[in-house]
Design a protein around this ligand. Structure first.
Ligand SMILES: C[S@@+](CC[C@H](N)C(=O)[O-])C[C@H]1O[C@@H](n2cnc3c(N)ncnc32)[C@H](O)[C@@H]1O
Length: 527
């Protein structure tokens, strides 16, 4: 696996530095001479947090990004410990594919036969040994101590022996051994970069479909294993990045009003607490801004004259054709709004321009998050509709000027944020989501007014969730046209040349743009 943990992690106490290296240890690969049973029985709190996260993910189907902060708070970790625990938990989860292949070579029985808690402890030990530069004796002692404290004394000899074997080679040596003689390129990439083979195949196909070179797959998979920098967004007209800059943030290079923050916990910023500055991937910011910026066709009002077709009617027609933004406020719709990240940006842009936003979300608890995200805005600007997006066209046919369909998807474009997602997702998820995605896009195309635009967005580059859905919907209607999404993205990006477009749709990539792999199609309903 690529080595994302190196040099990144913070440390938990005075013996651990920012690279995760335990200090005052002169022999990085030495081992303790004490027998496992005589060594520490205490769990280092940062390792305990990582272990709790892995257990919750495996045993309770929990999301790492939700349980990690809870566990960090429970164990009262300071900033450095929290950084170390985050790298350990996320790294062990992302690297699970490669680490399990290594462990399979070091354990004398099939991994499925191991107690799952022991396997999680071994994954945590392996990540420290192979990707965090924690000295072998510290990784061993601490992992054995963790196991003794939380699993019991029994497995300590096994864990000690297995991790000693793991530590006998570097990550590069292990991957060379694992892939020696393997001729299937997908398998090699899968083992080297710790991704399931079906995802490697899907991402490779997505690169090709978007006109990129297939050899980029290695860089893409490696980017999925690197922790993303936190992107901030100051809500237009409402937020300011000054406080973030004072705290060490630097201006974002892609999106207006954005910043990159790597100075620790963003939660301590007042502007984040008030919600006028938000954490949002630059790709998400760009697709929302693209929808807000795209040119609309003027509204065609029904002719209202004494005799349609006569000279009075022609005069009335001329007066009733109004540009989308002049003299008439626009109505925007965010069809799949929860938890409200893009709604907040769209709502702020709508407010600046005297427009309004309806944010739709079927799940009440997520609708509540949308309301929270929209709270900094003038309440007259936005409404939250709690309902199925597929019914919106019945309530509001031919109504909205701009509609965002940020469709429920597999999230294969945000694997770096969701460390366990690659192991949880199944190829069958794609088919299940495909029907919903098509129905939501079809509803949006009916709810948008003639001349208005629908943005179809996914945080997945999988062709079945992106181009296949859009092409199907385009085939079914004769009143829609695809706009050049790449050109609109270029218009709203600070660089002006993202080169994300291909055949009128656009795809952002972690390894090229440093964003999540957001897909964007802009579809205009023709008059
Ligand atoms: C990718 S997320 C949207 C993310 C959001 N736009 C943001 O930027 O924060 C997809 C959302 O679609 C919602 N959803 C699922 N089924 C839906 C349906 N039938 N109609 C509308 N939304 C749906 C999910 O609950 C989820 O909140």
């Amino acid at each position: 696996m690529s080595n994302p943990g190196q040099g990144k992690a913070g440390g938990p106490d005075r013996r651990r530095n920012a690279a995760g290296r335990e200090r005052n240890r002169s022999e990085p690969r030495g081992f303790s001479t004490a027998a496992p049973s005589e060594r520490t029985r205490r769990a280092d709190p940062a390792r305990l947090v990582a272990f709790e996260v892995l257990r919750a993910v495996a045993a309770d189907d929990a999301y790492a990004n939700l349980v990690l902060p809870v566990s960090i708070r429970k164990h009262k970790l300071d900033k450095r410990d929290a950084g170390f625990a985050t790298e350990l938990a996320y790294g062990a989860l992302r690297g699970q594919g490669t680490y399990d292949a290594v462990l399979a070579k070091c354990v004398d029985r099939p991994l499925e036969k191991l107690d799952p808690a022991i396997l999680d402890a071994l994954r945590i030990g392996t990540h420290q040994l192979l990707a965090m530069r924690v000295p072998a004796h510290a990784a061993l002692d601490q992992t054995v101590g963790l196991a003794r404290a939380v699993i019991g004394a029994g497995p300590s000899a096994l864990i000690n022996a297995v991790l000693r074997r793991v530590s006998s080679k570097s990550l590069e040596e292990w991957t060379a051994e694992l892939t020696a003689g393997v001729t299937d390129a997908t398998k090699v990439s899968s083992l080297t970069h710790s991704h399931p083979e079906w995802i490697v195949r899907a991402l490779r196909q997505a690169l090709v479909d978007h006109g990129r070179d297939v050899s980029e797959i290695e860089a893409l998979l490696a980017a999925n294993n690197a922790a993303p920098v936190v992107n901030l967004l100051a809500l237009p007209g409402l937020g300011s990045l000054d406080e973030a800059f004072e705290a060490g943030a630097v201006p974002g290079e892609l999106a207006e009003g954005s910043a990159l923050f790597s100075a620790g916990d963003v939660g301590r910023l007042e502007s984040i607490r008030t919600g006028t500055t938000r954490v949002q991937d630059a790709g998400s910011q760009l697709v929302a801004r693209a929808l807000a910026a795209v040119q609309l066709e003027p509204v065609q009002l029904e002719p209202v004259g004494p005799e349609a077709g006569g000279p009075e009617a022609a005069e009335e027609d001329a007066r009733s054709v109004r540009p989308g933004t002049a003299g008439r406020s626009e109505q925007w719709l965010d069809l799949c709004a929860g938890p409200g990240g893009k709604s907040a940006l769209l709502g702020a842009l709508a407010q600046q321009r005297g427009n309004t936003l309806v944010a739709n979300e079927p799940l009440e608890h997520r609708a509540q998050l949308v309301r929270q995200a929209l709270r900094p805005l003038n309440p007259a600007v936005w409404t939250v509709r709690v309902g199925d997006g597929r019914t919106v066209a019945e309530d509001f046919p031919d109504t909205f000027d701009r509609v965002l369909v940020d469709a429920p998807c597999t999230g294969l474009g945000a694997l770096r944020r969701r460390p366990e997602a690659r192991w949880r997702r199944k190829p069958s998820d794609i088919a299940g989501l495909g029907t919903l995605q098509r129905e939501l896009l079809a509803a949006a195309l009916t709810a948008v007014r003639p001349g208005g635009v629908v943005a179809y967005v996914t945080c997945s580059p999988h062709p079945a969730e992106t181009s296949a859905v859009v092409q199907d919907c385009l085939r079914r209607r004769d009143d829609v046209e695809l706009l050049d999404a790449g050109a609109v993205l270029d218009d709203v990006s600070l660089t002006g040349s993202l080169a994300a477009g291909h055949e009128s749709t656009a795809q952002l990539w972690p390894h090229v743009h440093g964003t999540d792999a957001m897909y964007l199609a802009l579809i205009r309903r023709t008059a």
